[in-house]
Design a protein around this ligand. Structure first.
Ligand SMILES: [Zn+2]
Length: 286
């Protein structure tokens, strides 16, 4: 009886907290539309929705999930993982490219379902813990996703190791203070590939950079991120949104395994160039 009583008080704040989540509802339908999961390359699989990219990386010691989509997508992601023949509970590590509700909405639930360890760029840890409330652009005191307690904080260049897979986290701030990309090697029976899962530095705020006291380094951070992304070399690139790397032009649901479809340095450079133009236009108006 006493134990039950204590449990009630431990769970109570969490229950109150999750009731207060105000996930934006005016989102594009592509964000929650279902999409058939598939093997992209080697041990990397697409398990996201039509536009909100989620990646499953399978290893000899369990699996890694990067991003989740909106809160309503937990079931869809689970179904995608299972239909590829993997056990959802084999997910041991959770990662995200940025602490925004469209990439973390279902993370708290998936963490609870799998017991996996959440690892996050240290600069996004605070926002992750308060469900986006202190996010400089989307927060405004509103909790936009269920808060998540990180198990490990990552710094630029840190390695995430599971089984035979090692992923390097690259700190790519601007979009959020702790946005990041992931670089890893994978192989199939024919070839080895280096794969970049990039967080493309799109601008979230209409405010002048100089009018964001919550993020005084924002302009410097974006400039750093553009510089860093331009220098990277890789064979295949993917991103936080399917539309950013043209998934739907590169892959149709009936297609067979074809990693070559994702070899596209030109597309990457063009997306970066366009985003950097937006950035330069914005700072010219400061
Ligand atoms: Zn975002």
């Amino acid at each position: 009886m006493k134990n039950k009583f204590i449990l009630y008080f431990l769970l109570f704040p969490l229950a109150v907290f999750s009731q207060n989540v105000q996930e934006p509802t005016d989102t594009q339908k592509e964000w929650s539309a279902p999409y058939a999961p598939f093997r992209i390359v080697g041990n990397i699989y697409y398990v996201g929705t039509y536009d909100l990219a989620c990646y499953l990386i399978t290893t000899s010691k369990g699996n890694i999930l990067i991003n989740t989509g909106l809160s309503s997508s937990a079931g869809q992601i689970k179904k995608n993982v299972t239909s590829l023949g993997f056990n959802f509970k084999d997910i041991k590590i959770l990662l995200t490219t940025q602490a925004h509700y469209d990439h973390l909405g279902a993370m708290a639930e998936i963490k609870k379902l799998t017991g996996a360890k959440m690892m996050v760029d240290e600069k996004d840890a605070e926002v992750m813990k308060n469900g986006g409330r202190t996010d400089y652009a989307l927060g405004g005191g509103k909790t936009t996703f269920a808060p998540i307690m990180p198990d490990r904080l990552l710094k630029d260049g840190d390695q995430i190791q599971l089984g035979n897979t090692s992923i390097v986290m690259l700190h790519h701030p601007g979009h959020t203070k702790g946005s990041c990309s992931f670089l890893l090697k994978t192989e199939d029976d024919k070839k080895e590939y280096s794969v970049l899962i990039a967080n493309m530095p799109s601008i979230v705020t209409e405010k002048k950079f100089s009018e964001i006291p919550a993020y005084p380094n924002i302009e410097k951070d974006y400039a750093y991120t553009f510089g860093s992304l331009k220098k990277l070399s890789f064979d295949i690139w993917l991103s936080s949104h399917a539309s950013q790397f043209d998934l739907h032009k590169k892959h149709k649901p009936a297609d067979k395994y074809n990693p070559a479809a994702f070899i596209d340095r030109k597309g990457y450079d063009l997306v970066l160039k366009n985003l950097e133009q937006d950035f330069n236009k914005k700072i010219s108006k400061e």
